[in-house]
Ligand binder design. Structure first.
Ligand SMILES: [Zn+2]
Length: 97
């Protein structure tokens, strides 16, 4: 039996909803999916938001935004958020400007 094995790019990847942490931009106008409040940019604090790409039936469906603490309270509906800034946070202790 000849099985086609030409799909080098594994196509069995399922598109899962996932969450990442991003800094809040100055022009941010996203509302938190939990508390319904605007996720505001505040100049003094490097605010973060959780952005979730939500997939339905292997298709991208929508993006949801959360305050990090709201996301925690909602018990990580899309799993633990990737935090690309984790390392930075550790490095920047004590050094500013
Ligand atoms: Zn919130």
């Amino acid at each position: 039996m000849a099985t086609k094995s030409s799909n080098k790019q594994a196509s069995n990847q399922t598109w899962q909803s996932r969450a990442v942490i991003r800094t809040v931009d100055a022009g941010n106008s996203a509302y938190c999916a939990v508390c319904d409040e605007l996720i505001k940019f505040r100049a003094r604090i490097r605010d973060e938001q959780v952005i979730c790409n939500v997939y339905k039936d292997d298709k991208w469906d929508r993006v949801e935004h959360y305050h990090p603490e709201c996301y925690q309270e909602a018990e990580l509906p899309y799993g633990e958020a990737d935090d690309p800034y984790d390392r930075e946070k550790i490095n920047t202790s004590g050094q500013s400007n």
